[in-house]
Design a protein around this ligand. Structure first.
Ligand code: IPM
Ligand code: MG
Length: 368
């Protein structure tokens, strides 16, 4: 059988630095576990614009469609702020999500014991936190038509459209219920059914899918604004949260910060199964390209490494090896290793991106 294939799109800013550490781990699997991945690399975002005049070349899009999964670093940077909207680095990422039809975006927010003090919330509110936000990723106001800036009378009007079909809601709801069954069996669905028709439909369809197919799972509904409040008040009441594209964007940033560092959190974006049974998939850290620290060896590679662990679990059915990587990360954190973003007020000496990667490799060695 052919080796599993991975397309790496490291992107901009700290993307290539954190991805370099993932490549070490991929190589480790080849050497120490005799699991060889066929790795190809290509450009996305600002670097693709610099070379091709577009943030995602059609050839790259085709390679992404053909790979078993895509690993993405980060896109964007101040250099590209003035570009026309249609060629901004983010458009490359949005095109990948849309054309690969990656409708279920899994964003775990997990608080590592060693970092519980880093949260801006009280330690007992966040210690042991383990929730999963499932964000719809290919529809809603991010993609709805009509959209644009138009002229009406003597002024301009900016328009975006929130739009969801039943089937779009149902499929992401199923992803959330399936995940919940493998976790603590609870789903909370968030929308604004009090003000939006799309929210009313969202609530109805999630409830229908639940009643017909998943009535063993505990389901609740919450308005998204109240959800934001509950997430900061007592986040441990949640297990899986399912919500739309825009609310999911906001709520997942909020949830990420509960855990202390954005530099720690991975994500998976999953679509329908391909011919080989694997889901269409793209894995990326939740953090951005952090241009202010790019190229200095300061970036935290853990979110990107944990994104690769999610690839092992969801694309390659290697759950035990995914756990092995996650435990290696926990181990180095427990040993006190910290990149610059994890330095508390008491200070200390941070390790570099590369040193963090090497320490995780050492912990993987010790796991054999
Ligand atoms: C995210 C980001 C993206 C989004 C941007 C970079 C387009 O904020 O993945 O959460 O808004 O979806
Ligand atoms: Mg976001």
């Amino acid at each position: 059988m052919a080796n599993p294939s991975i397309l790496i799109l490291a992107g901009d800013g700290i993307g290539p630095e954190v991805m370099a550490e993932v490549k070490k781990i991929i190589a480790w699997f080849g050497q120490k576990r005799a699991i060889t991945f066929d790795v190809a690399e290509d450009l996305v975002g600002g670097c693709a614009y610099d070379k091709f005049g577009t943030p995602l070349h059609d050839d790259t899009m085709a390679r992404a469609q053909a790979a078993d999964c895509v690993l993405l670093g980060a896109v964007g940077g101040p250099k590209y702020d003035k570009l026309d909207f249609s060629v901004k680095p983010e458009r490359g990422l949005l095109r990948l999500r849309k054309e690969m039809d990656l409708y279920a975006n899994l964003r775990p927010a997990q608080c590592f014991d060693a970092l519980a003090d880093f949260s801006s919330l009280k330690k007992d509110v966040v210690a042991g936190l383990d929730i999963m936000i499932v964000r719809e990723l290919t529809s809603g106001v991010y993609f709805g038509e009509p959209r644009g800036i138009f002229t009406e009378g003597n002024e301009r009007v900016g328009i975006n459209t929130q739009r969801y079909t039943e089937s779009e809601i149902a499929r992401v709801a199923r992803s959330a219920f399936e995940l919940a069954r493998r976790r603590r069996n609870k789903v909370c669905s968030m929308e604004k059914a009090n003000v939006m028709e799309s929210g009313i439909l969202w609530r109805e369809v999630v409830q229908e899918v639940h009643d017909k197919e998943y009535n063993d799972v505990e389901l609740s509904h919450m308005y998204a604004d109240a959800g934001a409040m509950q997430l900061t008040r007592w986040p441990k009441q949640f297990d899986v949260i399912v919500t739309d594209n825009l609310f999911g964007d906001l709520l997942s940033d909020l949830a990420a910060m509960l855990t202390g560092s954005l530099g720690m959190l991975p994500s998976a974006s999953l679509g329908a199964p391909m011919k080989n049974g694997r889901p269409k998939a793209l894995y990326e850290p939740v953090h951005g390209s952090a241009p202010d620290i790019a190229g200095q060896g300061k970036a935290n590679p853990i979110a990107c490494i944990l994104s690769f662990a999610m690839a092992l679990r969801y694309s390659f059915d290697m759950g035990a090896d995914a756990t092995r990587v996650e435990q290696a990360v926990e181990k180095v954190l427990a040993q006190g290793l910290r990149t610059a973003d994890l330095m508390g007020p008491e200070g200390g000496k941070p390790v570099s991106t590369g040193q963090m990667g090497d320490a995780i490799i050492a912990a993987l060695d010790a796991s054999l």
